[in-house]
Design a protein around this ligand. Sequence first.
Ligand SMILES: [Ca+2]
Ligand SMILES: [Ca+2]
Ligand SMILES: [Ca+2]
Length: 218
Amino acid sequence: MLGRAKLLLASTLIAGAFAGSAPARSDGGLALLTDEADSSGNTFTSAASFCTSGSTGFLDPSANAADTGGNGNGFEANPAGAYVDGSDYASNVNGPDDRHRFSDYDVAVASYCAVKGIEVRLDWWLDSMSDATSISVELSWDGGTTWTSVYTDSTKSTTEHTVVLGGATDTWGRSWTLSELSNANFRVRLTCNCSGGGCSSRSYYLDWVPVDVYYGPP
Ligand SMILES: [Ca+2]
Ligand SMILES: [Ca+2]
Ligand SMILES: [Ca+2]
């Protein structure tokens, strides 16, 4: 009977070890620990296997700064109005070529995941349908020293419209480390473009400029 009791105890311990949320490995095997790091003593998986693909959802900025260009004051009126969807909005009045930076998105991605794509959403509108107008977006990974390639929304409207630039598998022409998405490093820069005779009186209004980061196994 003693042997049978030991067998039952062993069975219970094994069953307990398999209980809970064991993630599937990328090779189809079963992993027992959710945060196991790769090591010489661990032959069943690497940390990368534990990243489940997903996205942060749209994150609000919480800091901003006017950049050079145009009048040099960016969205001079209520720039923090672009932090959240709805409510108030930022205004760049009579401001072709003005630029503005938004930052402090508090991007949080697990250290064992890699960046797969970045989206920037713009909710914006114009004072007039005159002239050829647009807003361009660039990203910086080093606090605004260097910038990615540019994406531009040329949709004109005098009531708010929404556009999403980039995408789930679009990394804006470069590979990102997680630290490059930190509040110290990551920047979104908007440029208000205009070509035409009435540009000096074109005004741009911005309700929201959130960022969504897509991640997955390295
Ligand atoms: Ca909106
Ligand atoms: Ca301005
Ligand atoms: Ca708003």
